[in-house]
Design a protein around this ligand. Structure first.
Ligand SMILES: *[C@@H]1O[C@H](CO)[C@@H](O)[C@H](O)[C@H]1NC(C)=O
Length: 281
């Protein structure tokens, strides 16, 4: 091979590796004493859980707005009692947070995808869904689009939940605190599966969840008090993205057929009146 083509080949590999994201560059495994592993030259990350400990990682970068994708393959078989959390969060006592949590189940019974939004330390905005596929059979893409107008949760490109900015009626919206991606696999058999009635079967441990194709290319990276998006670049269409009619129809389809809990309709829980954002059309 000539030296020119060798350089080209190196360049090609570098571009490919970057396009797909590389966990060695993108995240730090922060806990679990070796139970979190980056393998396959940085293309794959696995978290595991056994009786002694779970594990977790976090993104190296912090973001202030972004469209962030990750592919996850959840704990297969009997995953009852386990929770795989994947979320954005800031720090401090008045933190913001945007959550996906996957609540495991007995073999053949459906996972619950639990979502929540915290702004300035206040959450209580749960929506829960079943999925329209088996999330343990293959990788699926879970995305958070966070811009100044709204937060859109999507699964394989289908929006499942939208949390709009209703600051105009006094509802705080996450927009000032940079957030990091966090993920963890842990034991929550005191509440996760059928309200805590089904316990983790430790004879099936270690439990394992896998991650690939992390994509934060469409996110505004926050460092040293500055956003990478400050100059008004027209190349960030997601910063003002709204749902088109096809996506709105998909969202309605999910909410009609797969939503199993919505805080906005829980009048028993909010007997003093539903949260303000729930009264908006
Ligand atoms: C587990 O399966 C049961 C029975 O189908 C279901 O009621 C429950 O919502 C499922 N998910 C969890 C996490 O409990």
């Amino acid at each position: 091979m000539g030296s020119k083509s060798f350089v080209l080949m190196l360049l090609f590999h570098f571009v490919l590796a970057n396009a797909a994201g590389n966990f060695f560059q993108d995240v730090d495994v922060t806990w679990g004493d070796g139970r979190g592993k980056i393998i396959d030259s940085g293309r794959l990350l696995t978290l595991s859980l056994d009786k002694a400990s779970g594990s977790g990682f976090q993104s190296r970068r912090e973001y202030l707005f972004g469209k962030i994708d990750m592919q996850l393959k959840l704990v297969p078989g009997n995953s009852a009692g386990t929770v795989t959390a994947y979320y954005l969060s800031s720090k401090g006592s008045t933190w913001d947070e945007i959550d996906f949590e996957f609540l495991g189940n007995l073999s053949g019974d459906p996972y619950i995808l639990h979502t929540n939004v915290y702004s300035q330390g206040k959450g209580n905005r749960e929506q829960q869904f079943y999925l329209w596929f088996d999330p343990t059979a293959d990788f699926h893409t879970y995305s958070i689009l966070w811009n100044p107008q709204q937060i859109i949760f999507s699964v394989d490109g289908t929006p499942i939940r939208v949390f709009k900015n209703y600051e105009s009626i006094g509802v705080p919206f996450p927009k000032n605190q940079p957030m990091r991606i966090y993920s963890s696999l842990w034991n929550a058999d005191d509440w996760a599966t059928r309200g805590g009635r089904v316990k983790t079967d430790w004879s099936k441990a270690p439990f394992m969840a896998s991650y690939r194709n992390f994509n934060d290319k469409n996110a505004c990276v926050w460092s040293n008090g500055r956003s990478s998006c400050t100059s008004s670049k027209p190349k960030n269409p997601w910063l003002s993205q709204d749902l088109d009619t096809t996506s709105q129809d998909r969202l309605k389809w999910v909410q009609k057929n797969y939503m199993i809990y919505n805080y906005c309709t829980d009048t028993k829980r909010f007997s003093q009146g539903l949260p303000r954002e729930c009264t908006m059309p």
